[in-house]
Design a protein around this ligand. Structure first.
Ligand code: 5GP
Length: 177
């Protein structure tokens, strides 16, 4: 049992597949930012595992920071973002890359990107491990995508169900029994 009486129904993305796309993303980012320094922002909590793997595949000078936001998207159609933990340092003049676990409706990321853009970074990009394009509500440019996934609720590799399941090395779909 993983949590809340649920068990693994099936594995959607194996750890080997994840390892392969993280390596590819590292190469793409290296190619695009060659000669520059990167400032990677991990959006807590779901992205912590992806961030840890990704930075080891980026062979460039980089710094990391962490941010925690919650979205009121369900309550307000505009999707307002509340900052629970802000960045430790200024991003002015820096090449910022937001590291996300999954882009779903895109509302949270859309607002986070707008917010960070007001802080005058040299550039701002987005990298996500997983993408659910079928659920998108806003037209947001995601610069680097690990893998597209179908419209299923996934758990593992940092992604949770009510706080559980982040420790699973593969990405799975749960079932009730
Ligand atoms: P959105 O793009 O809708 O604003 O929100 C994205 C956030 O919703 C992600 O960062 C993640 O926390 C959560 N989310 C979306 N889809 C899933 C999913 O399939 N599994 C899990 N565990 N979280 C998801």
């Amino acid at each position: 049992m993983i949590c809340l009486g649920k068990k693994i129904d099936h594995t959607l993305v194996s750890r080997d597949t994840i390892r392969a796309f993280v390596k590819r993303l590292g190469e793409e980012i290296h190619r695009d930012y060659e000669g520059k320094e990167l400032y990677l922002i991990c959006v807590l909590k779901g992205s912590f595992m992806f961030m840890a793997d990704l930075i080891r595949e980026i062979n460039l000078p980089c710094q990391i920071d962490f941010m925690s936001v919650s979205s009121y998207a369900g309550e307000k159609s505009t999707g307002v973002v509340k900052i629970n933990k802000d960045l430790d340092h200024s991003i002015a003049g820096k090449h910022v890359l937001i590291v996300e676990d999954i882009v779903d409706t895109g509302l949270t990321l859309n607002h986070l990107k707008s917010l960070l853009s007001t802080r005058n970074p040299a550039s701002i990009g987005i990298v996500t491990a997983f993408d659910k394009p079928s659920r998108r509500k806003v037209d947001i440019k995601v610069d680097y995508i690990g893998m597209e996934v179908p419209n299923e609720f996934i758990v593992g590799y940092g992604l949770d169900l009510e706080g559980y399941g982040r420790n699973l090395p593969d990405v799975v779909v749960l079932s009730d029994n």
